[in-house]
Design a binder for this molecule. Structure first.
Ligand SMILES: [Zn+2]
Length: 145
């Protein structure tokens, strides 16, 4: 299993939920998470305006600053499939699926490592976003607490 930076990865959960809520798009279909700088790609139909970039940034930071607990629970695959898209999980995930929650803001199946509380990430900054052939790419950095 690929080891992600857990601070970046937890921030990705929050960014994904923010994108879903603000634009009705899907969670990122591809990402590249590194300690210093990360990027997430979304299927999208246009570029973001500066105002939208600022709104996304403000929302992600608002959630980080709420000191939300990050928790995991396990449920049978059949039950999880009713509520979540399991297509992106590796087959190795097996018959018991781990659902990771960021407070009540986000819930998604995930086998990765996360921080225990969003307070461990001090802030989120969108470095840039661009749109190309149906793909919106968001690049971001974080500051660790
Ligand atoms: Zn995760």
């Amino acid at each position: 299993m690929k080891q992600y930076d857990k601070h970046m990865h937890t921030t990705e959960h929050i960014l994904n939920q923010t994108m879903v809520q603000m634009f009705g798009c899907n969670r990122s279909f591809s990402n590249h998470l590194e300690r210093k700088k990360s990027k997430c790609d979304y299927h999208f139909d246009r570029a973001l305006s500066t105002e939208e970039e600022e709104q996304i940034t403000a929302k992600v930071n608002e959630m980080l600053q709420m000191n939300l607990p990050v928790t995991a629970e396990e449920m049978p695959r059949e039950e999880a499939a009713k509520e979540f898209d399991l297509e992106k999980l590796p087959d190795a995930a097996g018959e018991v699926i781990r659902i990771v929650r960021v407070g009540e803001y986000d819930a998604c199946p995930c086998i990765g490592d996360h921080v225990e509380n969003t307070s461990e990430v001090e802030s989120f900054r969108m470095v840039s976003s661009d749109f190309n052939e149906g793909v919106l790419r968001i690049r971001f950095k974080i500051k660790r607490a």
